[in-house]
Structures are given as C-alpha cells and as structure tokens.
Write a protein that binds this ligand. Structure first.
Ligand code: AMP
Length: 222
C-alpha cells in the first residue's frame, strides 16, 4: 500500500531537511516543487522561463503550471509506492487537484506534517541557508554546516545562496505563506490528516516528532 506524505510549513522551517530524512528512512522519493522549478530554471527550459519571475519576486508560480509539473512527476514509476511532497501543495486549489490525482491511483494524502515556527526563527534560518547547485542538498551556516566550506559533503558540488532568500523577498514569501498556504491547515484538519509539528527546536527534535507521527502509519501499511 502506498504512503503519501505532505510537508506543510513556511519557507525556512526545515521542510527540505526533514524530507531528506524521510526519504532515507522510508525509501520513498522526496518531490520538492521548489527543487523542480530551480532545476528547470538552471536548464533554461520553457517551464523554467515561466516560473523564474514569480520565484524571484517571492510570489507563487500559477497553480496550473505547478500542478502540471507535479502531476507529471508523481506519475513516474519511482512514486508508485508513495511520495514525500515538500512545498506542494501550497494553495487550496493545488490540494484539491492533488486529492483528485491520488484518488485516480487509489491513493490519498495519508498524513500532513505541519511544521511551524516563529517569524524570527524563520528569518534567521533563511539568512544562513546554503544549497548545493548540483544535488540541491540544504546546509545551514550555524546549525548544519558543510565539512569543507562551500562544497557539498554529498556530491562535491558548489554551494550557493538562493536569490529569493534575500531579506525583502523572504518577507514577501512569509506573507504569501500566510495568505495562500495557511488555509490548507483547515483543509487538512477537516480531513483528519493534519499533525502539528513544533519547528522551533533543532533538526533532531523536529525529526523525533515526525518519526513518532509517521511510525504508526508505516506499521499499518506494512
Ligand atoms: P521553495 O523551494 O519550496 O521555497 O520554493 C521556491 C519558490 O518556488 C516559491 O517561493 C514559489 O515561487 C515557487 N513554488 C514552489 N512550490 C510552489 C507551489 N506549490 N506553488 C506555487 N509556487 C511554488
């Protein structure tokens, strides 16, 4: 039986880091809409050109563009046993369509891990964030630094800071999260799949909460 997990939470809360851990633990692919857009931009594809301006301004890419991209990704064979969705859905419309897509495969969103933290914490995390240009792995100057400065531990790629992590864009992204994505909490709470995760602590403490929330489902699906 498939296991489909959604990671919800504002930019900078650590969704990507936790998604990587879930991927390693469960052997399910992490599907990050932000990573897919950044890859498309780096390759200069049509999708990348469509998305770039929105991302640079800290706005959401239009629903249809995002939904088409994710629909194509989750139809791939590696997603047949489930996915870890990181950064998607981000609007109620996206959530509705995701439900439809999964229903067609006899699946549903099994659990939504809603990781929340204060704005102060988020701004601090976004400022120290560095990413690998090659594999997308996320580092943090203070809490999760790379071993050799500027080089990815995993693949040796060069690390860079995201343009949209600049302070003005950060604020806009947090506002967009409040306006467009927070309504998803109610949407998923009604469905009985939302779990509140306290994102204030360090990576380990967030991971412990996530593991405790997901473990019963893993046992049930096995
Ligand atoms: P992220 O890496 O998840 O912070 O995403 C970076 C940027 O990609 C966001 O600020 C949006 O501009 C865009 N993006 C990522 N996921 C979505 C989504 N589900 N819907 C719309 N735009 C998205």
């Amino acid at each position: 039986m498939a296991l489909d997990i959604v990671l919800l939470g504002p930019p900078g809360v650590g969704k990507g880091t936790q998604a990587e851990r879930l991927e390693a633990w469960l052997g399910l692919p992490q599907v990050s809409s932000g990573d897919l857009f950044r890859e498309a931009i780096a390759k200069g594809t049509r999708l990348g050109r469509k998305a770039e301006g929105y991302i640079d301004r800290g706005e959401l890419v239009p629903d249809q563009v995002t939904i088409d991209m994710i629909a194509e990704r989750i139809a791939k064979p590696d997603c047949a046993k489930g996915v870890i969705l990181d950064g998607f859905p981000r609007t109620v419309e996206q959530a509705r369509i995701l439900d439809e897509l999964l229903a067609k495969m006899g699946r549903r969103v099994d659990i939504v891990l809603d990781i929340e933290a204060s704005e102060e914490t988020l701004l601090e995390r976004l400022t120290g964030r560095w990413l690998c240009r090659q594999c997308g792995r996320v580092y943090h100057r203070l809490s999760n630094p790379e071993q050799v400065r500027g080089i990815c531990d995993e693949c040796g790629g060069r690390l860079y800071q995201r343009e949209d992590d600049r302070p003005k864009t950060q604020r806009r992204r947090l506002q967009v999260y409040q306006d467009r994505t927070v309504p998803l909490q109610a949407y998923y709470r009604r469905k009985g799949v939302l779990v509140d995760i306290d994102g204030e602590g360090d990576v380990e403490s967030v991971w412990r909460q996530i593991k405790a929330a997901v473990e019963p489902l893993v046992a049930q699906k096995a």
